[in-house]
Design a protein around this ligand. Sequence first.
Ligand code: ADP
Ligand code: MG
Length: 272
Amino acid sequence: MSTVLTSTSSELVIRGLGKRYAHAQARSGELQVLHDIDLHVPEGSFVSIVGASGCGKSTLLRLVLGLDTEFEGEILLGGQPIAGTGRERGIVFQDHRLFPWLTVEQNIAVGLRNAPFTPRQKAELVAEHVALVGLRGFERSWPHQISGGMAQRVAIARGLVNRPRVLLLDEPFGALDALTRSRMQNELQRIWQKERITMLLVTHDVEEAVFLGDRVVVMQPSPGRIRRVVDVPLPHPRNRSDPAFIRLRDDVLSDFLDHRAEPAIHSDAGLH
Ligand SMILES: Nc1ncnc2c1ncn2[C@@H]1O[C@H](COP(=O)(O)OP(=O)(O)O)[C@@H](O)[C@H]1O
Ligand SMILES: [Mg+2]
């Protein structure tokens, strides 16, 4: 969409990833949160990670984002180890984290703070992304004047405005009501199909994971590890009432039936 930045290979490869936190109550003095995670996110693909609360999903995204540089194993983007945070990786969190004293377009422009563009290029990029997320006419609105779904659209635009190679999404719709959530899932699918940016989505909503992902990675806790990887060979855009979709969703859901904390088809069911 944008003419100002071209991206190079955006394949994300994670090998043997492990993470431990210091933990006073653990016998070893450490809590193993992630264990031996191998993950391949091909360029332009959409990979969902689904798992119960506490299985290390946010920790995994923090490591890929580069917020925490202490880990075992490798995280490679386009064949290069990641080094700290960088403009080629964008993120959207569950809480939109908009600045209340900035307008919609100023909040989106925050994503371009350190970008090497002229003010004019930045204004063009912001306008393009306002349109991409369907917020034309709300550029000068304040966060308190817009709905939760619209605030998440702003957060998505802010995450994409730099034209990152990978967009990381940490339960981006977890705080929205069911109707808004399914609308936003459709929107995200449309945006991904248009932009073809590599996307890595973390969720505890099995239906969301299967609806959006080309591949669904099922995690299990203590320590957080990969239980199973399920390919979702259904064409986009997907139909939630398609029997093939329902079969795959129920298949993934069955992975959680022998766990104490069960992720829900919809995240209202109370796993946070
Ligand atoms: N900074 C931290 N220090 C110590 N323990 C942490 C820290 N961050 C997360 N944890 C622990 O790591 C585990 C995984 O957390 P998290 O990655 O947030 O899981 P999820 O996103 O799947 O709910 C939890 O047991 C949590 O308490
Ligand atoms: Mg989390």
